[in-house]
Design a protein around this ligand. Structure first.
Ligand SMILES: [Zn+2]
Length: 347
């Protein structure tokens, strides 16, 4: 069950303090240049005081607004409220109707603009950020009842979303082409993903370090070993138990320990009737674990690298649960905007 926390901007009725600098030339020597009233659309405040300033360097005048008010005739919190109500599943017209109950007149196209404005605000805020550790996860986004491959990228330092793109996560070329500029702009060094084989290739191609989500690892290894245990019987019990211990405890030389187990298990040719194929699968499992050992244990060596990809899944859940429970999206733009709006406040 996803819990959505609403944190709306406060709205003040008059500006606090002075503007720090001229928005045109950056000069800090400003003269007061009168004040006026501005009517706004908001749930509580009907009009606010706006101060004018004149820049002594470039001679231009500009307005200084109270907190929560900008050029638009809606307060910031009304814009946020409208956008979030839509993102949680109401139609544009329903949102317009609901704010109408509070005596505020918004047409449905204004609500759609509010959605896009808030989405863009979150996107802009994220764009300039440095992100060292990036979480990635793929899912199916639904537009007009049709599933579309979607990849979500999250800053593992803060849990905030960084990007959402219409790409199938198994398409290595497309994911690499999309990620490469982000890696450069944001200074990404580490990827955190589930154990899908393509992510290993993607990390190698981009020369990034890689942490495979430990939750996913433990789950698939646990299942595979349980199956093998049944098929292989007593004789292999000790080896299976040993693998289980290594994967759980993650000793620094775990990769070598796994290799030694692999060496100790001889492939069965025609020597006996036994479970030949299961032995082969056990050996392949050992190879896979030993080969990827570095990406299972990066979190033990590097600070700031999380053990799991939970934060990425949470960002997806914040958006996906409300949007899926109520309706699909009519357009990719709507799906994308809802993602940013749902993730607009991360505690
Ligand atoms: Zn100026």
């Amino acid at each position: 069950m996803a819990i959505v926390t609403l944190q709306l901007a406060g709205v003040k009725s008059e500006p606090e303090g002075r503007p720090s600098a001229c928005p045109y030339c950056g000069s800090t020597i400003l003269q007061k240049w009168g004040k006026g009233q501005k009517p706004i659309r908001d749930t509580q405040v009907q009009r606010v005081e706006v101060h004018r300033y004149r820049c002594t360097s470039c001679g231009r005048t500009f307005r200084h607004y109270p907190a929560g008010v900008e050029r638009a005739d809606q307060s910031l919190r009304l814009q946020q409220l409208a956008a979030i109500a839509w993102a949680l599943g109401l139609s544009l017209r329903s949102v317009a109707w609901i704010v109408g109950l509070f005596g505020i007149c918004l047409c449905h196209m204004t609500v759609w603009r509010d959605v896009q404005t808030l989405a863009e605000r979150v996107r802009q805020k994220v764009r300039k950020r440095r992100v060292r550790v990036l979480g990635l996860d793929g899912l199916l986004g639904e537009v007009r009842g049709e599933g579309r491959g979607t990849v979500v990228a999250v800053d593992m330092g803060t849990g905030e979303p960084v990007n959402l793109v219409e790409i199938d996560e198994r398409d290595v070329e497309a994911v690499v082409a999309w990620l490469r500029p982000l890696v450069e702009e944001m200074g990404i060094q580490v990827l955190v993903t589930d154990d899908l084989a393509t992510y290993k290739v993607i990390a190698e191609r981009l020369e990034l370090e890689h942490q495979v989500c430990d939750f996913h690892l433990m789950r698939w290894v646990g299942r595979a070993l349980k199956g093998l245990e049944k098929e292989l019987g007593e004789e292999y019990q000790g080896a299976i138990e040993e693998v289980r211990r290594i994967v759980r405890e993650k000793p620094p030389d775990g990769g070598h320990q796994l290799e030694r187990i692999w060496e100790s298990i001889r492939p069965l040719w025609r020597r006996r009737k036994g479970p030949l194929e299961a032995v082969h699968r056990f050996r392949m499992l050992l190879v896979r674990l030993a080969e990827n050992w570095e990406s299972y244990t990066l979190f033990l060596k590097q600070e700031g690298v999380p053990r799991t990809n939970n934060r990425t899944e949470q960002a997806i859940g914040r958006w996906r649960v409300p949007s899926r429970s109520v309706r699909g999206f009519k357009s990719w733009e709507g799906l994308e905007a809802a993602f940013w709006v749902c993730n607009s406040k991360v505690a």
